[in-house]
Design a protein around this ligand. Sequence first.
Ligand code: ARG
Length: 468
Amino acid sequence: MAQLWGGRFTKETDRLVYDFNASIGFDRRLFHEDIEGSMAHVTMLAKQGILTEGERDEILEGLTGIRQDVDAGTIEIDEGCEDIHSFAEAELIRRIGDTGKKLHTGRSRNDQVALDMRLYTRKHVAEVDGLLKDLLAVILAAMEENIGTYMPGFTHLQKAQPTTLAHHYGAYFEMFRRDRQRMADIYERMNYCPLGAGALAGTTYPLDRDYTASLLGFAGPTLNSMDSVSDRDYLIEFLAALSTVMMHLSRFSEEIIIWNSNEYQFVEIDDAYSTGSSIMPQKKNPDIAELVRGKTGRVYGALMSLLTTMKGIPLAYNKDMQEDKELTFDAIDTVEDCLALFTGMLRTMRFRKERMAESAMNGFTNATDAADYLVGKGVPFRDAHGIIGRLVLYCVDKGSSIDRLSLEELQRISDKFEADIYDAISLKTCVEKRLTIGGPGAEAMRTVIEKQKSYLAEESLAERNKTE
Ligand code: ARG
């Protein structure tokens, strides 16, 4: 049991207490961030004359060696240590002796862990942003290719009006674009350095917190030391944004599952992204989409869990906060995996365009346009609505559709129908006449696609903030 704080104790910690309290099993993930933070800290301590340059160099060399050895697998992170901070310090002292004992001057594990977690999260906010950008590129490519791919648009999962695949995908483009904006907001708001806050009340050493912040690529230091060690808002915001990403992925997954079903057959998921059944030889299941939909729950769970953990904590640091890690790590892993897999599945999925167009042609998706046609002939909309309603009823009885009725049949219901009705309610007209921005008409779609292309050409968060 290696710990940093034996001095005021007369008894050994109970074994179960030690294990319950230890975090090395999961905070070992923060190893690189911990070393990076320590390096910035000693660099600042030497600049301020708190350590000599010789001491700084000895410590930096020691930390570099530890990092190399852990990366190369020459040494293992010792799970007997209480946490990753204790491991790095103990290993440093083992290597360079007494100088290593000066590393923790003017620092507490409270501001140290706050820094490590921020560095780790900041990196993954940018990572998620990049994965979202990859997904958007696949969506946009499909949009460009499918401006003329007709399909039914639904409300209540009932066929409503015809639209295009480009238009349908465009809706998801908007969602994931907003998710990226959330990442950018979170990045900016969290990008302040808590190191130097000490345990809670700062330190009496003349630390240069601006300098430490700039060494670590932060916009500046945090401005209240009590808040610095106890703020987990940025994690909550990140988990909320990740939950929203999952909600979007889950909706998209659900649609793909429906489209891939035998009844719809709008798409075919690639063999590489499907699985079979152990008993039913004909089966090809959309497991990836189902898993993405299913994993949404655990990301929401992480958000609820951390909100609940934080709700009753008095200032400043309390050990409850150690609970932020496992669930955040799990949520990050889950979302990053889901985004990568979903993007691959989407990229390789085939569209059955004739099936989509055929489906758009039945189910009376042109009923609104038929009513609008009558409005064009001087019938008030509410009356036109009633006439087309009766026409639909007639078609349902006959097992036909509006566009397959003869002009005579149409005129029996309203004498306003003329030969130009057929063109007015063709699938092509129904879609292409919807030209206001945001609609599925080809011209409107092209304008939007151009805008989205220049948006995607902008720098990503990682490109904008090269910190490593
Ligand atoms: N493992 C701790 C955490 O994750 C590190 C901070 C420990 N600070 C303390 N005062 N025990 O929160």
